[in-house]
Each structure stands twice: as structure tokens, then as C-alpha cells.
Design a protein around this ligand. Structure first.
Ligand SMILES: Nc1ncnc2c1ncn2[C@@H]1O[C@H](COP(=O)(O)OP(=O)(O)OP(=O)(O)O)[C@@H](O)[C@H]1O
Length: 302
């Protein structure tokens, strides 16, 4: 049986009368690298903050580790590590001093400091170097080290590669990819960049304008296709198909598209158009790429 690490059900949140989250539901399983994908302003950070009780919900429930309803307890927080928006440190202290503060507060073994510095590949940085003199990539890695210090069951990373150069992005990605298998940590990671999530996540949710548009594996998402049709009278063709209850997904001057149409239906559509004297000069099926799907689901977002 799959254990649920996180269950978010029908979460809603408004700020100053604006509904920012609209019935958001998602389920993260043990061992997942779960990608929360959406454009800037879609509601990713707000969802993560709600899980960490950094904001109050209007409605909805959040359950952690198959056990805790967050409205009733804070006990689950000690099993979560997080990096939300930018990491926060004491800039005039060293990495070890920063980690030491959290190590004392969280009451975890001192050994963990060296372990997490090694995991994020900061073990060879001069011990006296102050964090304010770290590069952005080093700061992000230190932020992950802080989030990992307790070796939590769940780590929540909000856009952890933001602002990094390609090498830095890759390093962080490779580091995150190891977490479930090597350290038993389930990962919830957000990004607005599909290609970053695509390379590591086994499950994703796509959020747009505060609503979940898709939840599942990327492989499932990729199985979808669309039928592209071009005729000598597209507006008449669309009218005709709509009269016959076909759902037109997209339309422009050149032609129109329908989603996920099987072979038998393609034949029926073709016959219908031809018997109504509409000349079909192009009809083909296009397999959707992940990027197509992501863009379709996030079109019109702020
Ligand atoms: N405390 C707040 N008060 C008012 N509006 C807020 C507050 N926090 C977030 N918002 C608004 O909620 C919306 C969602 O913000 P959120 O930070 O969750 O988006 P996001 O998907 O994480 O995007 P980004 O990557 O840009 O942070 C935005 O329109 C933002 O302006």
C-alpha cells in the first residue's frame, strides 16, 4: 500500500478579497519527488506556506504522514524541512555556525552538520568563510543543507534553482534527485520551469491561477494527443462539428483542433465534413509534448 506523506484537500485562500487558492487538492506519496508546476503567481508558494502553517487557510484540510491534521497539531512540523522563497541565514556567520544554531534548536545530532554539508557539496569551503561572501548557488545549497539538517521525512523546496546559472541548476537537481532513495526523504518541489521538474519528478501537479489543472505522472500527461484539421471553410466546419457535440479545443484562421480523438471518431469527423461539402485539405494527429500540455494548461495565467 502506498503511504501518503501529504494530503491537501480543497484548500482555499483569499488575500484582500482575491481568491488565490481555489479548492487545491494534491496527494504526495512516500518516496515521491513531487513537482508543483505553475507560472509566477499561480499559488505555489501560498500552497507550501499553508502546509507549513505560515499562513492561515480559509477552508480545506491538510494531512501529513497519514496521521496529523494540521489544524489540530504542530507535531508534524519537526518532520518537515523547508526552503521557501529565498533561504534566510545570519550573513555574518559561517555555514557551520548557521547550521549549529538550527542543530541546537531542532535538537539533532551534531554529526548531521558535516553530513549535510557533504551532501550539498560545501564540505570543502573554508570553514571561516562568512555566508555573506557565498555565491548565490552556494547560498541555495546551504539553504538545502538547513532544510535537510533534521533528515526530515518531507522536504519542501520552493523554486530552489531560482536565479542559478545552468551549472548551479544542474547541481541542485542532481542533489534533489538523490534525496528519496539515499536519505528516505520525500520531496515537494515547486518550479515555473517545466524542464527542471521533468528531469526529476515522478509525479506533478500543474497549478494555474490557484487551481490544480492536472495531477499525476508526466508520462500520463504525455500520452495525450490532438487532432489538427484544416479545411476550405473552417468556420462552417467548426459550426457543423459543434452541432454534432464535438468539442473544439482550439481555433484559428488556418484550422482547428480537437483533443484526444480516437481512430473511429476521426473517420466519422472526416465523413461528416466531406458529406457537407467541406473540403478537408489537412487532417492529422499530433502527439502532445509535455511543453504543449504545460502551456495549454497555464495559458492566460498572470
Ligand atoms: N500575503 C499576501 N498578500 C496579498 N497577496 C498575496 C500574498 N501572498 C501571495 N499573494 C498573491 O497570491 C498570488 C500567488 O502567489 P504565490 O507566491 O503563491 O505564487 P507562486 O506560484 O509561488 O509564484 P512566484 O513564483 O511568483 O512566487 C500572487 O498573485 C500574489 O501576489
Amino acid at each position: 500500500m502506498t503511504n501518503n506523506i501529504l494530503e491537501v484537500n480543497n484548500l482555499s485562500k483569499s488575500f484582500q478579497g482575491n481568491r488565490i487558492l481555489k479548492d487545491v487538492s494534491l496527494t504526495v506519496h512516500e518516496g515521491d519527488i513531487y513537482g508543483l508546476l505553475g507560472k509566477n503567481g499561480a499559488g505555489k508558494s501560498t500552497t507550501m506556506k499553508a502546509i507549513l502553517k505560515l499562513i492561515k487557510l480559509d477552508s480545506g484540510t491538510i494531512k501529513l504522514f497519514d496521521q496529523y491534521n494540521i489544524a489540530e497539531t504542530n507535531a508534524y512540523l519537526s518532520d518537515i524541512g523547508s526552503l521557501i522563497e529565498a533561504p534566510s541565514f545570519y550573513p555574518n556567520l559561517t555555514a557551520i555556525e548557521n547550521l549549529k544554531i538550527l542543530q541546537c534548536l531542532a535538537d539533532v545530532p551534531q554529526d548531521n552538520i558535516e553530513k549535510v554539508l557533504t551532501i550539498v557539496d560545501l564540505q570543502n569551503v573554508p570553514k571561516k568563510k562568512l555566508v555573506k561572501n557565498y555565491s548565490l548557488g552556494m547560498k541555495q545549497r546551504l539553504g538545502i543543507a538547513l532544510a535537510l539538517l533534521k533528515f526530515p521525512k518531507l522536504i519542501i523546496l520552493d523554486e530552489p534553482t531560482n536565479g542559478l546559472d545552468p551549472k548551479g541548476v544542474r547541481e541542485i537537481r542532481e542533489l534533489i534527485a538523490l534525496l528519496p532513495e539515499k536519505y528516505g526523504t520525500t520531496v515537494l518541489i515547486s518550479s515555473h520551469i517545466l524542464s527542471e521538474i521533468e528531469k526529476i519528478a515522478n509525479r506533478v501537479a500543474i497549478i494555474n491561477n490557484g487551481q490544480i489543472k492536472y495531477e499525476g505522472s508526466l508520462a500520463e500527461l504525455e500520452k495525450t494527443s490532438r487532432l489538427v484539421i484544416k479545411t476550405d471553410n473552417n468556420s462552417a466546419a467548426v459550426r457543423l462539428l459543434e452541432q454534432h457535440q464535438y468539442l473544439i479545443n482550439k481555433q484559428n484562421e488556418d484550422g482547428f483542433e480537437l483533443n484526444n480523438i480516437d481512430r473511429a471518431t476521426i473517420i466519422q469527423i472526416n465523413q461528416l465534413l466531406v458529406t457537407h461539402d467541406i473540403g478537408v485539405h489537412e487532417l492529422h494527429v499530433v502527439k502532445n509534448s509535455l511543453e504543449d500540455m504545460f502551456l495549454t494548461m497555464t495559458e492566460g495565467a498572470q
